[in-house]
Design a protein around this ligand. Structure first.
Ligand SMILES: NC(=O)c1ccc[n+]([C@@H]2O[C@H](COP(=O)([O-])OP(=O)(O)OC[C@H]3O[C@@H](n4cnc5c(N)ncnc54)[C@H](O)[C@@H]3O)[C@@H](O)[C@H]2O)c1
Length: 242
């Protein structure tokens, strides 16, 4: 298949979710073969270009076994997108149980570290790779009632900057995207009052779409992205000032 990403192999964690699936389908439509690593099991079409693998990305061994399957089916991995995540409790930090906090940090931050660690070694050896982490504007700003989520996403941003610097001369570029609210399954967990409040804070006056996140991810996944690493790409409709 021709396309900007023809012949490339991508791994998308959380690829059965609203944003992850839009990303997986976009990368496939640009010519990439895409493995989807997700807790859930789901059939995919897209001309056999999507390979679903059930995997818990908080578990290094589960990721290692899944990546071996990807390499066996498709070959060397050039693109990693970390989109797996959970919203976690919507509550004041003082009311959140320690175990609930840990689950969110594991699902959003530790999973990103694990997938980067497991994939980057091969990319470094090959001298080429693109890693895109899906963070959130909440990681820049902090958001009341979303302590573990905002903290985990701040961690994803800081880890992206760190890994970007560490790998800067290897040919492996590491960037993250910070969307404001996107209308997906995760969004369904938010009350209508909170949604109205989120919308109110977006100068463009609308929510981001999963397709917009997919479009930016696809650009960051290609070789036209060549002098950006450790960078944070804003998708907040004008909300963020940095
Ligand atoms: N929806 C939003 O408003 C929004 C805004 C900014 C950032 N984000 C981020 O975008 C990413 C995708 O969110 P979404 O809206 O598509 O959510 P979603 O709930 O639709 O999808 C998340 C996916 O991650 C998977 N997942 C969760 N934990 C996992 C684990 N341990 N192992 C493997 N898979 C796991 C789930 O099964 C699900 O398919 C998340 O990291 C989220 O924090 C979302």
């Amino acid at each position: 298949m021709s396309g900007r990403l023809a012949g490339q192999v991508a791994v998308v964690s959380g690829g059965n979710g609203g944003i992850g699936l839009a990303i997986a389908e976009r990368l496939a439509s640009e010519g990439s073969l895409v493995a989807i690593l997700d807790l859930t099991d789901r059939e995919h079409v897209k001309g056999g270009r999507l390979l679903p693998i059930q995997c818990d990305v908080t578990d290094f061994e589960s990721v290692r076994i899944s990546l071996a399957r990807v390499r066996e089916a498709f070959g060397t991995i050039q693109i990693l997108v970390n989109s797996a995540g959970v919203l976690g409790p919507v509550a004041n930090a003082v009311d959140i149980e320690v175990d609930a906090w840990r689950l969110v940090i594991e699902a959003n931050l530790t999973s990103t570290f694990i997938c980067c660690k497991a994939v980057a070694v091969g990319m470094i050896a090959a001298g080429y790779g693109r890693i895109i982490n899906i963070a959130s504007v909440q990681g820049k700003e902090g958001t009341s009632l979303a302590g573990p989520y905002a903290a985990s996403k701040a961690g994803v941003i800081a880890f992206t900057k760190t890994l970007g610097k560490e790998l800067a001369t290897t040919g492996v570029l590491v960037n993250c995207i910070t969307p404001s609210a996107v209308d997906t399954g995760m969004f369904d967990e938010i009350s209508s009052e909170r949604r109205a409040d989120l919308l109110d804070r977006i100068p463009m006056g609308r929510f981001c779409s999963a397709y917009e996140v997919a479009a930016m991810t696809a650009w960051l996944a290609g070789d036209q992205c060549s002098f950006s690493t450790g960078a944070v790409f804003d998708m907040s409709g004008g909300r963020s000032t940095y």
